[in-house]
Design a protein around this ligand. Structure first.
Ligand code: SAH
Ligand code: SF4
Length: 341
């Protein structure tokens, strides 16, 4: 863009320095740019308007941020404090969970984000502004990024990749690709496309079922790309990237928590050299699902471990603050709707 404005190329570097390192809120504050250029920039480009509507939780716990975007749409991010062995990191990383779409078109039966359907993709700047706003509000520096908020990141491929490149770049947020994790419900062709991208981002697959029968019940995407198709794409990714994948597996009472599912999941993960994150289901208001008892959870974990798969059972930090994806937005929308006749 700077090139097209007949300015010297180093202007681009000056602008990114102001945007991503010094974090100013207007072109006017970019004091090493000539005044007329600042005026032209303000005329032609708008600073993203992202507004924090609600914050839940407090320091040292999981905090949830609800944002209103320029067009009034609501999205949310979660800030997870340093804790051992979360996604893509050994320990001590402050993780932010980002949204990539307003709503979600994939309609997984257990998920709050899909409940009201899909509205639109987020733009790259709307993805980045979640990080910048959360850092500003919390005073903390984020150093691990997971795309596990609202929306399906691989269905908004180009915008997400543009945001990822800026998050990764030294002139941007400077976060290593191995500290950036994309999560997908199973868009097999896009997994292959991501495998062919040069960036070494990590990939997590929301598996939630170890057979087509179980996945078909709860994840409509499985009717388009069944388990075999998905796992072939996963194998391709792991091989191209020489990377250990993560399978996310929410434990839902009497849906996917049987010993048989645990054994099959173990076989799948071992075959692909993947690790497994078990997540006890977070209840969503209006949906019939619940988490299994803790004995049942532990039994599932032991079966996995016995089959030689590295597996963790997430102690859900945000359960009490509606931290699962899409829930705060849904709750706030319902409150707002109830308040306006
Ligand atoms: N669309 C992508 C990323 C966003 S969802 C995906 O599906 O992977 C991020 C994770 O939250 C997914 O693993 C999803 O299955 C999980 N999730 C959704 N609703 C949940 C709930 N109520 N409790 C626990 N995890 C949930
Ligand atoms: Fe969309 Fe992921 Fe929720 Fe499924 S789990 S509806 S893909 S956000």
């Amino acid at each position: 863009m700077v090139g097209e404005m007949n300015e010297p190329p180093y202007r681009a570097r000056q602008i990114t320095e102001w945007l991503y390192h010094k974090r100013v809120n207007s072109f006017d504050e970019m004091t090493d740019l000539p005044h007329p250029f600042r005026v032209r920039l303000s005329d032609e480009f708008a600073f993203g308007k992202i507004e924090i509507v609600r914050v839940l939780g407090s320091r040292d716990t999981t905090r949830k941020f609800l944002f209103r975007l320029g067009d009034g749409a609501l999205v949310e991010s979660v800030l997870i404090p340093a804790s051992p062995a979360l996604y893509g990191s050994r320990s001590d990383r402050r993780t932010i969970c980002l949204s990539t779409q307003v709503g979600c078109a994939y309609g997984c039966k257990f998920c709050a984000s899909g409940l009201e359907g899909f509205s639109r993709n987020l733009k790259p700047h709307e993805i980045l502004e979640q990080i910048i706003a959360v850092e500003r509000e919390s005073g903390e520096k984020v150093d691990n990024i997971v795309f596990m908020g609202m929306g399906e990141p691989l269905a908004n491929f180009d915008n997400v990749m543009r945001a990822v490149r800026i998050i990764n770049a030294q002139w941007g947020l400077g976060i290593g690709a191995r500290h950036i994790t994309l999560s997908t419900s199973g868009l097999a062709p896009q997994i292959r496309k991501l495998a062919d991208e040069p960036l070494q981002v990590r990939l997590a697959i929301s598996l939630h079922g170890a057979t087509d029968e179980v996945r078909n019940q709860i994840m409509p995407i499985n009717r388009r790309y069944n388990l075999d198709t998905l796992l072939e794409a996963c194998a391709y990714y792991a091989k191209r990237k020489k990377q250990r994948l993560t399978f996310e597996y929410i434990l839902i009472d009497r849906v996917n928590d049987t010993p048989d599912q645990a054994r099959r999941l173990g076989q799948i993960a071992r075959r692909l050299g993947a690790k497994v994150n078990l997540i006890p289901y977070n209840t969503v208001q209006g949906l019939p699902w619940s988490r299994p008892s803790s004995e049942q959870q532990t039994q599932f974990l032991s079966i996995l471990r016995a089959s030689g798969v590295p597996a963790t059972l997430r102690r859900e930090k945000g359960h009490d603050i509606e931290a699962a994806c899409g829930q705060l937005r849904l709750q706030t929308k319902r409150e707002l709707e109830a308040a306006t006749p």
